[in-house]
Write a protein that binds this ligand. Structure first.
Ligand SMILES: CC(C)(COP(=O)(O)OP(=O)(O)OC[C@H]1O[C@@H](n2cnc3c(N)ncnc32)[C@H](O)[C@@H]1OP(=O)(O)O)[C@@H](O)C(=O)NCCC(=O)NCCS
Length: 375
């Protein structure tokens, strides 16, 4: 559609508020302060079900019964292990690389193990989804281990998803509270409608490219500090301030310089609370006395109050996920890779849904350049 109609109407920078996709996977019901996942409230799910059950729901559309839950967990555990070629790729990367860059490369390398990348049938895509969800946890944990000189550690398929993943990272036995906190964090990150990374994955999938390619695009999207990278930036900020008594001054100075405060604001929630942040805040309150880190809770609270008062902005998931990660002894550089690991299931479901009822994404532009030039 060229001409005046295209030039005048419909342009929304950043596609803000534009409905780009029909989906039955999830919806941010901002009015009712709920994140709907296949009909259920995400926060209720996080409190009641472990990550694999929620993953099953996201992929298959219904919660598993006891048998299906067991079978799915077993299949997931069987996919923790990755091919030795992926390990070699990770070991060959320079240590200066950010772990999101290592992850992007490793996810691409994982595609080499796929028996037939051109098979886009639902059966092949469900198989691929499990391989990616399980394998990425191993890749993420070991990308850090290699960089930190800890060496490769094989996953333990006799452990549940959250415990195996956490213990690969922290290199010690995790307590039940730590496993529960990490599991809830993974569920909180598992699916969230159509953020930039999911849109990127669907755009790629709409060309009938393969799921690995869509995942690689999503890693690149998630790396950005306006998206997944915010959780790392939040923790750096909290550690820079450290003293709750200094937090207000720090934030006011930043705001006076018109700088963005990471972990606040959201394109969809705008000036409403992100329910996931409340879940993480409650977990933080549980972890703080056990870990002797009251300062961290107080610091976050001051930040929340100042941002509410000064900008009317609420914390997003990343603001309270960062200190939870921190108290679980997770290295800061892993915060965004873990976000991706948790989100693989949502991304896989979106790729499957996109390809089941595909329409190639190909929008138009509002052209601002010259016309009619002659060379
Ligand atoms: C997520 C984000 C990109 C969404 O922003 P957006 O929809 O593009 O919103 P806008 O950039 O139009 O911001 C609207 C207003 O709120 C302000 N604002 C939004 N987020 C802000 C933040 N984190 N710190 C300070 N001000 C913020 C903007 O400055 C703007 O104010 P103004 O109208 O006075 O100029 C934005 O809130 C942000 O940068 N947050 C920090 C990064 C982050 O936490 N990302 C994780 C998201 S889950």
């Amino acid at each position: 559609m060229d001409g005046p109609q295209q030039e005048q109407g419909g342009y929304r920078p950043g596609l803000e508020g534009v409905i780009a996709v029909e989906t039955a996977i999830s919806y941010l019901d901002v009015e009712h302060e709920s994140i709907i996942i296949r009909g259920y409230d995400l926060i209720d799910l996080a409190k009641r079900f472990p990550y694999p059950d929620v993953a099953y729901l996201i992929l298959h559309g219904s919660l598993p019964d006891a048998d299906a839950s067991k079978t799915f967990q077993q299949a997931l555990a069987a996919s923790y292990a990755v091919d030795v070629s992926v390990r070699r790729v990770l070991e060959a990367l320079p240590a200066r690389l950010h772990l999101m860059d290592a992850l992007r490369t490793a996810v691409s390398a994982m595609a080499a193990g796929d028996p037939d990348l051109s098979d886009l049938s639902e059966a092949a895509n469900y198989r691929r989804a499990l391989t990616i969800i399980g394998g990425v946890s191993t890749v993420v944990a070991n990308s850090y281990r290699i960089k930190a000189g800890l060496g490769w550690r094989d996953p333990n398929p006799s452990l549940g998803y959250a415990r195996n993943f956490l213990e690969l990272i922290v290199d010690r036995a995790a307590t039940p509270l730590e496993v529960r906190a990490f599991d809830q964090l993974l569920v909180a990150y598992s699916e969230h409608e159509l953020p930039n990374s999911t849109f990127a994955a669907r755009v790629i999938a709409s060309t009938l490219s393969d799921m690995y390619g869509a995942m690689v695009g999503a890693v690149a999207s998630l790396k950005g500090p306006l998206h997944g990278g915010a959780n790392e930036a939040v923790m750096h900020m909290l550690l820079e301030v450290r003293d709750p008594a200094q937090m207000e001054r720090y934030l006011l100075d930043k705001l006076a310089r018109r700088e963005r405060i990471m972990g606040f604001g959201h394109r969809v929630y705008m000036k409403k609370p992100d329910p996931r942040a409340l879940l993480m805040k409650a977990l933080l309150a549980e972890l703080v006395p056990v870990k002797g880190a009251q300062w961290l809770y107080d610091l976050c609270e001051v930040g929340e109050q100042v941002m509410q008062r000064e900008k009317g902005l609420y914390p997003n998931l990343d603001y309270y996920a960062a200190p939870v990660y921190y108290l679980l002894d997770i290295p800061i550089e892993l915060y965004t890779p873990i976000f991706f690991a948790a989100r693989t299931v949502g991304l896989a479901a979106h790729v499957i849904e996109q390809q089941a009822k595909n329409r190639l994404f190909r929008p138009r532009v509002r052209y601002l350049g010259p016309r009619g030039l002659t060379p």
